[in-house]
Ligand binder design. Structure first.
Ligand code: UD1
Length: 423
């Protein structure tokens, strides 16, 4: 197993090019099975999860040509030979669930074992099932697997009890080929949903309202191939914004969409970080003012993203005064607090609230474990400002979501290297 060795690095300074969004490209790749024609996807980040999705598509019978240097993938699902996602893939990546809607719509059947993924709480798929059932699918589920079958999908009204990102995407994809109109109420509004809808519309789908809580999909008989460039990753953007803040650095983030990171801009601003939307990109300066505490509460978009909670918490340990962090999206997403405490952070967690005392001018290096993807990023950021050495284990989780993380950090002055743990 590989780990990162991180050392106190001083202010990070320079330019970072933000990669395409992991959470946009995964459902987009899944959506390519909705057509027999080739789809060309650009700005694809080179990530482990993307690789897993490509391997799944191949296992289903699609032809997948990857050009990692060009960040391009071409998928041609002329024939689908299987509708069951092999367990070895499902256990690696929860996003495999995105194939349920497209496979059902194209083939009338989809079978998968219960998804794996990050250990950040119970992650049910009841809302995915509810939506697909409303479109006429029969769902057979036990503890280990779920099977969806439908001779035909018919448009319907679906109310989501919680604006789940994955459920909104799955239902939207299935509804593109359903007969009649589907309306998703209380839909998730994340930019990745808009990107997926744009991609599907380029394939000939008729989707309106993506990006609001009410999405309307008029079913069409078939979809065709298309080309699409993936949006920049707003969580990678947010992570590097926090990297500038925590190290009191000065970074220019190129290829970022400021509108997608409004809550992070607002909250860093409250702390005293100076952020400017410049012609070349988003400039983040943590070196101009004394930084102070703020409170955050995670919410569905456009609220503060749960995926930014861990990196932001690491930052809050270093500012003046105490902060409160409330996690409302996932039930168990504070495991990084224990790890940060090993570095001297003194965070206290009560239910879904974390109390971060702050004022840690100097965290201390320690051996810590990335408990999930974003927790891993948080520990790396903490390591960059901690006295001595920090060893972050389980970094394969970090590499699920950050393209060239080590190289990007090194280029702006981060002292970090990856080593294979021989033990
Ligand atoms: C997506 C993102 C993930 C992000 C999350 C929330 C991808 C690949 N992943 O995950 O990075 O952290 O959105 O912004 O896009 N829920 C149910 N029933 C369901 C589905 C979800 O109760 O059927 C609950 C979950 O347990 C969780 C909440 O809804 O508490 C949010 O989950 P959801 O929005 O579905 O997240 P994902 O799509 O899995």
């Amino acid at each position: 197993m590989a780990k990162y060795l991180v050392e106190r690095s001083g202010p990070l300074v320079g330019e970072v090019a933000i990669s395409g969004a992991k959470n946009a490209v995964l459902p987009i790749l899944a959506a390519t099975v909705l057509t027999k024609e080739p789809c060309e996807i650009y700005d694809v980040p080179q990530l482990r999860d993307v690789d897993v999705m490509c391997r799944i598509l191949r296992a289903l019978g699609a032809r997948v040509d990857e050009d990692p240097k060009e960040h391009t993938i071409v998928v041609e699902a002329a024939e689908i030979t299987d509708t069951e996602i092999p367990y070895e893939f499902m256990k690696q990546m929860r996003a495999s669930i995105f194939l349920m809607g497209p496979l059902l719509a194209r083939m009338g059947s989809a079978v998968m074992s219960m998804p794996g993924g990050c250990a950040i709480g119970n992650r049910p798929i009841d809302l995915h099932n509810k939506g697909l059932k409303a479109l006429g699918a029969k769902i057979l589920q036990d503890d280990d697997s779920v099977e969806a079958i439908a001779r035909k999908l018919t448009g319907n009204k679906v109310y989501l009890d919680f604006p789940s990102v994955g459920a909104t995407e799955n239902i939207m994809m299935a509804a593109t080929l359903a007969e009649g109109t589907t309306v998703i109420e209380n839909a998730a509004e994340e930019p990745e949903i808009v990107d997926l809808a744009n991609f599907l519309n380029k394939m000939g789908a008729r989707i309106r309202g993506a990006g609001t809580d009410n999405i309307r999909i008029e079913g069409v008989a078939s979809l065709h191939g298309t080309r699409h460039a993936v949006i920049p990753d707003r969580i990678e953007t947010g992570t590097f914004m926090v990297a500038a803040a925590i190290t009191r650095g000065d970074l220019l983030l190129v290829n970022s969409v400021p509108d997608h990171v409004r809550p992070v801009i607002a909250k860093l601003g409250e702390c005293g970080v100076v952020i400017n939307d410049e012609v070349d990109g988003l400039r983040i300066r943590g070196d101009l003012k004394k930084l102070r505490a703020t409170d955050i509460k995670t919410l569905p978009y456009p609220g503060f993203p749960t995926d930014m909670q861990a990196p932001f918490m690491a930052f809050l340990t270093t500012v003046q005064g105490s902060s409160t962090v409330i996690e409302t999206v996932f039930e168990n997403r504070f495991m990084h607090a224990d790890e940060l405490n090993r570095m001297g952070a003194n965070i206290r967690v009560e239910d879904r609230t974390a109390y971060v005392p702050g004022d840690k001018n100097v965290l201390s290096g320690a051996s810590v474990i990335a408990t999930d993807l974003r927790a891993g990023a948080a520990l790396v950021l903490a390591g960059l400002v901690a006295e001595g050495h920090t060893e972050v284990a389980n970094v394969h989780l970090v590499e699920r979501g950050y393209e060239n993380f080590v190289d990007k950090l090194t280029a702006i002055g981060g002292k970090i290297r990856k080593v294979e743990d021989v033990a």
